[in-house]
Design a protein around this ligand. Sequence first.
Ligand code: NAP
Length: 248
Amino acid sequence: MKLLEGKNVIITGASRGIGTGIAKVFADHGANVAFTYSSSEAPALALEKELTAKGVKAKAYKSNAASFSESEVLIANVLTDFGGIDVLINNAGITKDNLLMRMAEEDFDKVIEINLKSVFNMTKAVQRTMLKQRKGSIINMSSVVGVKGNAGQTNYAASKAGMIGFTKSVALELGSRNIRCNAIAPGFIETEMTAKLDEKVVQSWRDGIPLKRGGAPEDIANACLFFASDLSGYITGQVLNVDGGMLT
Ligand code: NAP
């Protein structure tokens, strides 16, 4: 059964990793997919082609999620190209890890801008459309690190915890208009973001996960599919840990 037939979806940061996984699963479920990237043009164009071959409309847009004005232009372009937006997934994110003692101010600011300010930019740009439609689903990609903290990631943890507060507040503001807003807190998902980590550290993370493996982008995509579809029609303001039991 296709759960998103004919729905228009926008995903930030889908040229790699989790975003690419979401785009593919959504296209398999009949969604038209607009997605962004910041610099990976070749993989983004290849994904656009792959999604289109599945029989849905798909388009890659170069757009910096940290920029308010670029986000406004992006949403206007997507509305022109797709005719509507039913689902927004705020997925773009970066890390710039260091102990607080060594963390440069610009590395704190950059992570907050790209991971958290982007969520404000995109949600604000899309809300008028969803208000007019009187429906919509917004999904924010937080992290287990935003729930429990992590040494060496004060900037990242603050951005991801901020996304949770933002999610719950949007759920309260927009619920009466049938717009839902939920967050996903992935655990350790094997992508380029985590490939930078030392293999010994990675193995010790895997050993500590009750399901004894890192997650795949598809594990996160399936949770997004639930929040995007009508199956979760009575769920808003929630944070779903998709972490193999890590936070249990
Ligand atoms: P990734 O492989 O590093 O991919 C990041 C994506 O974000 C890329 O498509 C990148 O585009 C895009 N991006 C970066 N800066 C951007 C900007 N300013 N504007 C627009 N797009 C931008 O990361 P991932 O592992 O798939 O993670 C995706 C999300 O899940 C992130 O928010 C991350 O914090 C969260 N998460 C990941 C894990 C994990 O274990 N992997 C765990 C918890 C949460 P370019 O390719 O053009 O740079």
